[in-house]
Design a protein. Structure first.
Length: 137
C-alpha cells in the first residue's frame, strides 16, 4: 500500500537499497524495476513524465533518482512540481552519496547478478522482505 501524498519530498540521502547507489549489491530488485531506470535518461523531452518514488514505498521521492543528475532536467520533477505531486524542494536536492550517472548504468549494474544474487544482495532482499511483511501485519 502506498502512502503517497501531495507535495512529496526526498529523504536526506538515498536508501541503502536504492538502485542508483553505487554501493548497492547487484540483483536486489526485480528486472521490471531495473527496466524503468533508463526511461529517465536522455533529453528532458525524451524522458518518462512520471515521478520516481522510493522503492521502500514510504511516500518519498527517490533520492537516488533526484541526485543522479540535475533534478531540474528531469521531466517527472517538472511535472510533479507543477501538479503539486512533488514539493519544490526536489529541484534543489543534492547528495554526497556516490550514485550511478544514468539510469542505464544503474540498470546494467542491477541486472548483472540478477539471476544469481550474491550474499550481500540476498541479505538486502531479506531485510526489504521482512520490513514489507511487518508493515502488512
Amino acid at each position: 500500500m502506498s502512502d503517497r501524498k501531495p507535495g512529496a519530498k526526498a529523504r536526506k540521502s538515498p536508501c541503502a537499497s536504492c538502485p542508483y547507489r553505487q554501493s548497492v549489491a547487484s540483483g536486489v530488485w526485480d528486472a521490471s524495476e531495473y527496466a524503468k531506470l533508463p526511461e529517465f535518461d536522455g533529453e528532458t523531452w525524451e524522458q518518462s513524465p512520471t515521478a520516481f518514488f522510493c522503492h521502500q514505498n514510504n511516500g518519498c521521492v527517490c533520492s537516488g533518482w533526484l541526485g543522479h543528475t540535475d533534478p531540474g532536467q528531469l521531466l517527472g520533477v517538472r511535472i510533479g512540481i507543477s501538479t503539486g505531486l512533488l514539493d519544490a524542494s526536489c529541484l534543489d536536492y543534492t547528495t554526497d552519496v556516490p550514485l550511478f550517472s544514468s539510469g542505464a548504468e544503474a540498470a546494467a549494474h542491477g541486472m548483472r547478478d540478477y539471476r544469481h544474487p550474491g550474499r550481500k544482495a540476498a541479505e538486502t532482499i531479506r531485510k526489504i522482505t521482512a520490513k514489507k511483511e511487518k508493515e502488512e501485519q
